[in-house]
Ligand binder design. Sequence first.
Ligand code: SF4
Length: 358
Amino acid sequence: MNTPDNRKKHFTTHLVSWHHNDNSRSLPWKSEKDPYRIWLSEIILQQTRAAQGLPYYLKFTTDYPTIAALAAAPDEEVFRAWQGLGYYNRCKNMLATARYIANELGGVFPRDYEGIVALKGIGPYTAAAIASFAYGLPHAVVDGNVYRVLSRYFGIETPFDTTEGKKIFASLATELLDTGNSPGYNQAIMDLGATVCTPRNPSCTSCPLQRNCIAYHQGLTLLLPVRSKKIQVATRYFNYLLLEYNGALWVNKRTGQDIWASLHEPYLIETEAPITLEVLKANAAFLALGLSYANINFSGAGTQKLTHRIIKSSFFTISLNTMPSGLPEAGIWAAPDGLAKIAFPKTVLSFLKNNLYF
Ligand code: SF4
């Protein structure tokens, strides 16, 4: 039974049979055929657990039931709806793609893999998912769940994040695909990875693939899949000046390629290390603002973990006597009702809410 071909045949047959008979994972986007809704679910679920993404999916499909509705929505409103999901480039690309489809493609989602993968913010995995789930096209999805299941079952020790590894897994996934039932096969492997062949505690005893699984029989389960690089996580120190004047707070929209682009924040001075209030007051960027204030206080701190960064934020509240002249022109003075309509990074939002800014 254990020839490579038999092993592959066993894999696909037992996986699809498990999906048909025993897979009880229930999510609202499963069996969905509308490419817009599938695309929304896939974008929301990138880097996000299903349980966390679910309320966002429900909100987006309720507030923006069609691609035309999403394309017509104001940026600020959509970013606000996305608030808390993180990775805001996803939201930015999603809006750009919705508008491109609405304005340039007559509101019709592309119907083939090449057309889908050419859209902004859509990579091979998402394109394969949309092509398969919406149109039944024979494209195999390859994501973290798939790397894990395939590397364990076939005992593949090649790191999945190398060029060679990506080729091996993509080609194997295509070979294993049940081309007559690509949506069922793709859903099955994703669900098995999410519920049975999980990263830390796989349920091998109830796994339909156990009989021929190399990792299970050779005790390699927790050693696979192999990643070549360890993610380097650097810490950044953000010092926020909460500039208050006449009941309003000064905030500015982040631009450029850095984290949190398009979100608002109070005046930021980034430093190499954490600083105290006294050190802040002597900081050149602080002095350049020429602030005249009645009070200045350290008001709290927060930490937000991103994939490659840890952001440690300190918040300094400053009650101004006069409107400063050295602030960037793009910034705005926002009263509480205005602040409530603006999208902020999670750590800033928590601070503002906890300190009753709105
Ligand atoms: S037997 Fe265990 S390691 Fe192998 S595929 Fe199933 S859950 Fe994963």
